[in-house]
Design a protein around this ligand. Sequence first.
Ligand code: KIV
Ligand code: ZN
Length: 514
Amino acid sequence: MSRKIIIFDTTLRDGEQSPGANMNVEEKLQVAQQLARLNVDIIEAGFPASSPGDFEAVKAVAETIKGPAIAALARCRDSDIDAAGEALKGAKKPVIHTFIATSDVHVEKKLRKTREEVLEMAVNAVKRAKRYTDYVEFSPEDAARTGFEYLCQVVEAVIDAGATTVNIPDTVGYAIPSQWGAMIRKLIETVPNIHKAIVSVHCHNDLGLAVANSLAAVEAGAGQVECTINGIGERAGNAAMEEVVMALKTRKDYFNVEVDINTKEFYRASRLVSDVTGFTVQPNKAIVGRNAFAHEAGIHQDGVLKERTTYEIMDPADVGWMGSGLVLGRRSGKHAFSKRVQELGFELTPEELDKAFERFKIIADKKKEVYDEDIEAIVADEVYAIPTKYQLVYMNVMTSLNGVPTATIKLKTDDGKELTDAGIGVGSVDAVYKTIDKLVDAEYKLADFVVKSVTGGTDALGEVTVKLETPDGRVYTGRGASLDIVEASAKAYINAINKLVYYQSRRASQLTNQ
Ligand code: KIV
Ligand code: ZN
């Protein structure tokens, strides 16, 4: 019988720590639901003591998501452990994940403690976490740069204190696969009570080795891998779940382990995480990149047509990729559009489909060929649609060389009012945004603005992602797609404002109902 490898997802915690990847509670819930569809074993939902928003998100995930165990991160401090225990109250399988740094540089320079003090804090934290749940994970942060003997001492002590998982992190992405694998093997051979705990690894990608190091650890006997969708995470990120899992599955002949992941959900998970974070997936990204299964060379195409396995080691359908189908155009009917939308992994309600089809027809009228990427951009607006407080009904932008960009904007509110104003800016988008700011009743600042062309050519659909930050530190991501980049920018801005207004009023009504 082959060993099962536990997949511990930390997209919502370490992934969300990537600068600019902030997700609000609702977005975290959407991602958590998709992680449950993927059938991950554990979802690390956040770090409750780090902010009220994180606490709220962990609580919401713990109360809503069924299936996977739900983990919360905590430093080795009583207040952190208590916050984690409290936030996880609604979870069926709560996991408290507590950590403290053990490398000399962290112990001496960051914590300003002795090794003995750190060991005592680790043991106390595990014991306190046990008051809340049986399932306690401990991580010696920066394990890859921790002296081996001390690492073994800490691991043995926390297992004695009740830790059921010991997670060995390569916090700074310093390890090299063969050396990391050998270290994990030696740790398993050396720590006398190691059989009482699951050995996990958590690898960062600073040298581009996070996946390779995770796989080396599995080979050496690790029973759990911590990873994120699309490999997002601190700095260069964490090990990408889709890569780790597909390597273990595709090379089962080599690893001889089992994973319980529903891999057909990878493509959709990747797109969702990209949508909510605004982090685009590079086209050549393994498993989920747009080109991951594209064959350009004639000789390859010929080979694949004759026998898929000549150039494909995985079936694209196994990761939820339906392949690039026919290019749609102005003559394509609703049936063809709806079929393609489904093949691309979207499930739309009839109303969402109608709206998306309407947009598709407008675009297909102006643009000869509508590609999958265009359809994804169009549909994404409908799939993640929220009630629209403000709707853009008129926009006139004037710009010229050496002139002052000017924008006139008319918005319609959900109660039928029309709001009109004009303004200037340093560029067209700036003029549009400054004018919209005058019209809407909300407080925020622009935290990020990304423009990308969905396909090639000057008639390409432009996609804009904006992030707005409110004074309480919450971030709302908006997206807009259009053949005109200024219009896409305006749509993205209004989409983010609508989200902000909607979620703020929802939170306010939840508070008054409590
Ligand atoms: O990278 C790291 O060390 C971590 C720990 C909290 C596990 O994220
Ligand atoms: Zn980490």
